[in-house]
Ligand binder design. Structure first.
Ligand code: ASP
Length: 306
């Protein structure tokens, strides 16, 4: 039996992120406005779905697909480059109601990795699949495929050429994530990424690792962004969830975990069984937005934006 308080009926909430990182304050106006507009548009879709009574699991998948398709963010189209100039995508999804989860890694041709992760969860006994086997699973499922170059954008190519592809770096804004609480109180999380700019081919980050970059149970749903290796070392998402028992509130639990990690490591979005979503980061900025049944709806990039 759940030890967490039961939510009020109709008390839905959603948070999204488009990645944390060293997002410069002098971000070109055009890019800033385009990112905020994309966040607003995609958040509105999630809001509508939840207000219409959709299940959190379906909402996080649907909204993550929109974020993957948005070239501003490092997931799906707009993914960063590996050291050898290709794209390798990863994603995960978790249903807090049933505890089921699925994740995919090292994908090169799947347009919406989050949906392949959902299919793995729904249609197979497995929780993670990678590389050639994952591409074969995509063949079997008939999901939409694209050429690897389809994920290219001029912005990511310029970023890649600037760092020379030598040391993997956290780009100025990255990974996407969605957490939601539905009208029935169900929680779910989805996270999707191209990883880190200049990463080694075959590298696996925190995004597809359950409990590191993504987690949902009956107490909270969590999606992380930032330096993946650190989120794996700290089992960040799972520790935020288990920390709820001692920390008291979701924001305290997130603070406890982030403050034990290296400075400027990244950020987290989370939603609990009640109250507004929590969006927290230690990096310079995090593309983000949240909304809930009270009518609140907001998008932001840096700390002092409301
Ligand atoms: N966490 C992602 C990774 O390390 C990157 C990011 O969030 O920007 O693959």
């Amino acid at each position: 039996m759940s030890t967490h308080p039961q939510p009020d009926p109709g008390d839905w909430a959603i948070a999204i992120h488009g990645g944390a990182g060293a997002i410069p304050r002098d971000l070109p106006e055009e890019r800033k406005e385009a990112c905020l507009a994309a966040l607003r548009r995609i958040l509105a879709s999630g809001r509508r779905l939840l207000a219409d009574g959709a299940a959190a699991l379906d909402v996080v998948e649907a909204v993550a697909r929109l974020l993957e398709d948005e070239p501003m963010f490092n997931a799906g189209r707009g993914a960063v480059f590996t050291r050898d100039g290709r794209h390798e995508l990863e994603a995960s999804i978790m249903d807090g109601v049933t505890g089921r989860c699925g994740s995919v890694s090292n994908l090169e041709t799947v347009r919406n990795p989050v949906s392949l992760a959902r299919l793995l969860m729904d249609r197979t006994p497995h929780v993670m699949i990678a590389g050639a086997g994952a591409e074969r699973f995509a063949d079997d499922m008939g999901v939409e495929r694209v050429h690897n170059e389809w994920f290219d954008t001029p912005h990511r190519r310029e970023e890649f050429e600037r760092v020379g592809g030598f040391d993997p770096v956290l780009q100025e804004g990255s990974t996407i994530g969605v957490v939601a609480r539905d009208e029935a109180g169900g929680l779910a999380a989805a996270t999707s990424t191209g990883g880190m700019n200049g990463k080694m081919p075959g590298r696996v980050g925190d995004t597809p690792i359950h409990g590191a970059g993504n987690w949902a149970d009956d107490g909270c749903a969590v999606s992380c962004t930032g330096h993946g290796e650190e989120f794996v070392r700290h089992a960040a998402a799972l520790r935020i969830a288990t920390g709820l028992g001692t920390a008291g509130t979701l924001s305290e639990s997130i603070h406890d975990v982030l403050s034990g990690m290296p400075a400027e490591v990244g950020g987290v979005i989370a939603v609990g069984t009640e109250g507004p979503p929590v969006l927290s980061f230690t990096s310079q900025g995090m593309y983000r937005g949240c909304a809930d049944a009270s009518g609140r709806s907001t998008v932001a990039i840096w700390e002092d934006m409301t």
